[in-house]
Design a binder for this molecule. Structure first.
Ligand code: ZN
Length: 203
């Protein structure tokens, strides 16, 4: 794998993560090149999903991996949600080292296009349903921290020479501070709240 095929993942605070993406109108060569690069980037970072705006492309494209199985969806849309929900912990490549409990529909039906432009519809359950909901949220500028259970946000810290990770409770102000210092030092054009308040109001 050539390094130049890997793309930088935008991290919390970058305004592209809070910008709703636009539908793909045409599947052209640029898009055909973008999708494999997204897949490589996701796999390289050990992710199970990636939305195009996480690499700075404001188009409605997601890639999702479930073991060896790969889903590529253009203009994905959730057309139905089960009433039954599941709570589980979630993380995000754009919020490295963080996780929180998020309640999601246990089963969804997703529609979209594959990279050949064919209409696809699929039923996803459990973890796969969770990943699709998380990635489609990204396309709308929504992050898992907007939906997390109150008080469930944690840093995952690995200590030198120790196998197990530590889970350290945190809150959004500390997360914002850490991201400003660690990932965005010196930048002043970042959006740390975005739609978060609005999403909460709608819920
Ligand atoms: Zn994410």
């Amino acid at each position: 794998m050539a390094d130049h095929d890997l793309m930088d993942i935008k991290v919390y605070g970058d305004p592209v993560l809070r910008t709703p993406t636009a539908p793909v109108e045409e599947i052209d060569d640029q898009l055909r090149a973008l999708i494999p690069a997204m897949v490589r980037t996701m796999r390289e970072k050990d992710g199970v999903g990636l939305a195009a705006n996480q690499i700075g492309v404001l188009r409605r494209i997601i890639v999702v991996a479930e073991g060896e199985k790969l889903y590529i969806l253009i203009n994905p849309e959730i057309v139905s949600w089960s009433a039954r929900t599941l709570v589980d912990s979630e993380g995000c490549l754009s919020l490295p080292g963080l996780q929180a409990e998020v309640e999601r529909a246990a089963k969804i039906v997703v529609r979209g296009m594959d990279e050949q432009g064919r209409q696809v519809e699929l039923v996803a359950r459990g973890l796969l349903a969770r990943i699709f909901q998380h990635e489609i949220d990204h396309l709308n500028g929504v992050l898992f921290i907007d939906r997390m259970k109150e008080g469930s946000l944690q840093w995952i810290r690995r200590r030198e020479g120790q196998e197990e990770v530590d889970y350290v409770s945190t809150d959004l102000p500390e997360v914002r501070r850490t991201f400003r210092q660690r990932y965005h030092a010196g930048r002043t054009d970042l959006v740390f709240d975005g739609q978060a308040t609005e999403v909460r109001k709608m819920a």
